[in-house]
Each structure stands twice: as structure tokens, then as C-alpha cells.
Ligand binder design. Structure first.
Ligand code: AMP
Ligand code: ZN
Length: 494
């Protein structure tokens, strides 16, 4: 059974053959840390976390590089304007690096709450300025870039004479040009698709570095080319990110690498589809982003209640990474219920022991089919949704074992062992779910329901001292009670 991965570059599923046996080099574009990550960003990072976990489960040694973008993102889409870090720093009267530190720590906290594993290397753009300058020099020397007053632009037209610039998203240069605005004689760029590798800094620009072309800062795309090259080499196995990055950022990365090293960086390009809200992509610029903490506390106005990090993780895994995922209260509530059902069954299974009796060949076959189906589904381009569907087919069987409706001996001891093992390995190691699910679903939830009942009674009796005491003391231990419009109360973890 071999792993097949959908490659954006070839637009088909390909059997995965790592360049070096037993080893996988994987690069994922990380967050831009001038503000909090939203749930859409988390979807991409959780998807790649599961991919990373599955590759390790298959026995590969994985070098997983996920960068931190802490410089070089300009406000405008045409290499103009202030960079986002400097703008935020000015607004808040902080050093740009204080902004970077704050949001990097916040990002790590969120990743930890979602139980995602850290990458094996997490390089920053500002820590690799010299590498980005070297690559820019090389691209200039190879004739694919030009300088205009201290700014270096990549020459897309020149590159297009030899290579297909739109190869990743299968678009012709003419079509790409049609989608861009006319330069109108205002721009210093030669071509409409040209992009900056290095940008001359105005004296007031807060983040700038010396270069052969004077003081400046790197363009955004060059950082990923420079860092992937440094840690994974000229050619590596997998490159990933959200689908919104394919048309520009990743297209430019390929062009930079080809122009510098005469090689395209990754064998396989993987893109996660978008998390949407009412059908619109969740994005920082559109301002429709939910922050993870708003979900965990239920404080976002569009939310009916709070959801635990594991419910949200589970919600994401229930959809294949290449499909869009629309965010809604109903979908999250269904995931919360689904996770509880599954986790309860999983815990029950752990407690059951096998005793031999007459084997039911049909049941034996059914269990084996579903349990072995986990690997098959994951080998089919990491189909987490299908694995979970298989698991739900197994839940009634576990419950029937528990209730004595079916003898555990109706399946063989080996199949029972495999059943237990695969459920554990998949739910915890591969999918990265953990018992935190119980916080919202298990005993603690019952205790909180009781406290909420007591608080409602206190309020009804106008005993506000007791009502406030319950709320305040829960807050002290990190549990937030939220008063709903209809007099109901819900709770969330801070
Ligand atoms: P950013 O911090 O904006 O550079 O984005 C970090 C990662 O999140 C990138 O891989 C993006 O492609 C991805 N991303 C951004 N918005 C969404 C979304 N709505 N759904 C899924 N992934 C997203
Ligand atoms: Zn990148």
C-alpha cells in the first residue's frame, strides 16, 4: 500500500517517493506575526500537523521546516507602502521586534492548545537576511533581476522566455498579465508581474538592513526560497501552505529558485483549502477572522457557546484538507457531539478485555475492513474525513460489546488487539486528539452544569452575592461563564 499525494503542480495524485529513502524534507509557509493567527490560519497548520504526524507514523524521519514571517510584508500588493510590522509598531509605540515576539508567543500558545507538534526547525525571516541577500545577488548575476534605485525586481518577462512562470497554477503569462493593473508610467518596475526581491528603505522605515544596494529590507517571497534552501537543500520533497499562496507567493518562489539554482524547489506542492465564514474566505484583511480564544471562551458575537480546542481540531479533521470548510455553530455543535460519542467509545474500548468465544465471521470481516481502512484512507491523500467516518461505523460495535449485546469473542483476539491499537494510534498519535475533549464532555462538564444551575437559582432569588461568587471563582481557575440572550449560561476555557 503506498501513499498517494495530490500535487498542485501536476494536478493529480502521485505515488509519494521521497528523494532520499526513509527521509522527508517538508517546508510549510508559516504565520506572518504582526497580529494574532485566526482560525483559517490554524486550519492550514493543523492540516500540515496531521500530515507531519502521518509521515512519522509511516516511519519516515521528517525534517519539518515552518518559518515565521517577521519582516517584509508590505501593505500594498504592488511592493509599495509601509510594512505591516512597522505600521503596527508605530501604532502601539513598540519596537517591531516586540510585535514579532508578542505574536510569535501567541501563535505558539495557540498551536500548543490545538496539540500541534512543533516543526523541527522554525526559522525567521529576520534571522536570514544575509541568505536572502545572497540569493538576490545570484539572481541578479544570472540576469533575472534588475536594480532601480536600490530596489531589486525579479524580471518575470525575461524568466518567462525560458520557463513557464504560471506553471504551478497552470496559467499562461498573457492571462496573468490580464489580471494585473497597468503600470500607468508611475511604477519603476519594467513589467507588471515583476516583484521585489529587495526593497530600498526610506530613512524612517523601522526595519532595515545594509545590503550591496544600500539600506533596505527583503521582499516577502525570497524569505521562503532562502530558508527552504538553507535547511532542506535545492530540491526537497514537500512544500505546503494555504491555497491562497499558490498563485503569487509559491509561483514566485519557484521562479526565484529556478533563476538562482536552475531547479524547482519541491517535488510535491500541497495546498490546503480555505476555512470560510458564510462562504467567504476567513482573512485578516477582510476582518472576518475568528480568533481561537474567541472560540475557546465563546466570546465571539457569532458564537452560541464556547468550544474546546479538541472540538475545533476534530471539526477540521472531519473535512478533507483540499475541500473548503465552512464555519458554523451547527457544524461545531455536531462536531462536539461527534467527538464525545467517539471518545466515549474509545475509552470504553480501552477498558474491554477479550475472552474467546465463537467467532462471527461477518463481524470479524467488518471490523477488519474498517480498522484496516484507516491506513488506506490516509494513503489516499490524507483523507482524515474518511478515517473518521470509518471510526463512526465502529462505535455501535464497541457499544454493543460494552452492553453485552455482542460477545467480544465474536471477533478474534488478534483483530480485537488490532482494533484497540489502531484506534489509539490514530486518535492520539496521528490525529493528535487528546483527553482535553473530556473537559467539555465528561465529568467536569457535569460539574459545571450543576454550578450553572446553582447560579441560575441564585440569580432567580436575587442572591447576586452567590451568583457573582460562582462566576468570579470559576474565572480565577480559568473557566469563563457566559450569559446567553435567552437566560441560559454556557462556559468556556480561558
Ligand atoms: P498568513 O499569516 O496570512 O501568512 O497565513 C498563514 C497561513 O494560513 C498561510 O499558509 C495561508 O495560506 C493560510 N491561510 C490564510 N487564510 C486561510 C483560511 N481562511 N483558511 C485556511 N488557511 C488560510
Ligand atoms: Zn512562504
Amino acid at each position: 500500500m503506498s501513499l498517494e499525494i495530490y500535487n498542485t503542480l501536476t494536478r493529480k495524485k502521485e505515488i509519494f517517493k521521497p528523494l532520499e529513502e526513509g527521509y522527508v524534507g517538508m517546508y510549510v509557509c508559516g504565520p506572518t506575526v504582526y497580529s494574532d493567527v485566526h482560525l483559517g490560519n490554524c486550519r492550514t497548520f493543523i492540516s500540515f500537523d496531521v500530515i507531519y504526524r502521518y509521515l512519522r507514523h509511516l516511519g519516515y524521519k521528517v525534517r519539518y521546516v515552518r518559518n515565521i514571517t517577521d519582516a517584509g510584508h508590505l501593505e500594498g500588493d504592488r511592493d509599495e507602502g509601509d510594512d505591516k510590522f512597522s505600521k503596527k509598531a508605530r501604532l502601539e509605540q513598540l519596537e517591531p521586534m516586540e510585535i514579532v515576539q508578542r505574536y510569535t508567543l501567541g501563535f505558539h500558545d495557540v498551536m500548543h492548545l490545538f496539540n500541534t507538534l512543533p516543526p523541527t526547525i522554525e526559522p525567521t525571516a529576520t534571522g536570514h537576511i544575509s541568505e536572502q541577500i545572497s540569493m538576490t545577488q545570484e539572481i541578479l548575476a544570472n540576469g533575472y533581476a534588475y536594480e532601480v534605485d536600490g530596489t531589486i525586481y525579479f524580471d518575470v518577462e525575461k524568466y518567462s522566455k525560458e520557463k513557464s512562470y504560471g506553471i504551478l497554477t497552470n496559467r499562461k503569462l498573457e492571462d496573468l498579465l490580464e489580471g494585473t493593473r497597468d503600470l500607468g508610467g508611475q511604477d519603476e518596475k519594467r513589467g507588471r508581474l515583476d516583484f521585489a526581491l529587495w526593497i530600498k528603505a526610506k530613512p524612517e522605515h523601522l526595519m532595515q538592513w545594509p545590503s550591496p544596494w544600500g539600506m533596505g529590507f527583503p521582499g516577502w517571497h525570497i524569505e521562503c526560497s532562502a530558508m527552504s534552501n538553507k535547511y532542506l537543500g535545492k530540491r526537497f520533497d514537500l512544500h505546503g501552505g494555504g491555497m491562497d499562496l499558490a498563485a503569487t507567493h509559491h509561483t514566485n518562489e519557484i521562479a526565484q529558485n529556478e533563476a538562482c539554482f536552475k531547479e524547482s524547489p519541491a517535488q510535491i506542492w500541497m495546498h490546503t483549502n480555505m476555512l470560510t465564514v458564510n462562504g467567504t474566505r476567513m482573512s485578516k484583511s477582510l476582518g472576518n477572522g475568528f480568533l481561537p480564544h474567541e472560540l475557546f471562551t465563546g466570546s465571539h458575537p457569532l458564537l452560541d457557546k464556547a468550544y474546546s480546542p479538541m472540538t475545533v481540531r476534530f471539526f477540521m479533521l472531519q473535512t478533507h484538507y483540499r475541500s473548503t470548510l465552512d464555519f458554523s455553530n451547527e457544524a461545531l455543535q455536531a462536531s462536539e457531539k461527534g467527538l464525545k460519542r467517539l471518545w466515549d467509545a474509545f475509552e470504553t474500548l480501552q477498558k474491554l478485555t477479550h475472552t474467546s468465544s465463537e467467532v462471527d465471521a461477518e463481524l470479524e470481516e467488518k471490523v477488519l475492513k474498517f480498522v484496516n481502512g484507516f491506513d488506506e484512507s490516509m494513503n489516499d491523500d490524507f483523507n482524515t474525513a474518511k478515517v473518521l467516518a470509518n471510526m463512526f461505523e465502529l462505535v455501535p460495535i464497541i457499544n454493543s460489546f460494552k452492553d453485552g449485546l455482542i460477545q467480544i469473542g465474536a471477533i478474534t483476539a488478534e483483530t480485537f488487539k488490532l482494533f484497540k491499537n489502531n484506534m489509539t494510534v490514530y486518535l492520539t498519535d496521528v490525529f493528535g486528539l487528546k483527553a482535553d475533549a473530556k473537559v467539555n464532555n465528561g465529568k467536569l462538564s457535569n460539574v459545571l452544569d450543576l454550578l450553572i444551575e446553582m447560579r441560575k437559582e441564585a440569580k432567580a432569588k436575587k442572591d447576586f452575592a452567590t451568583s457573582d461568587k460562582i462566576r468570579n471563582q470559576l474565572k480565577e481557575i480559568g473557566i469563563l461563564l457566559k450569559d446567553e440572550k435567552n437566560g441560559e449560561m454556557s462556559w468556556g476555557v480561558e
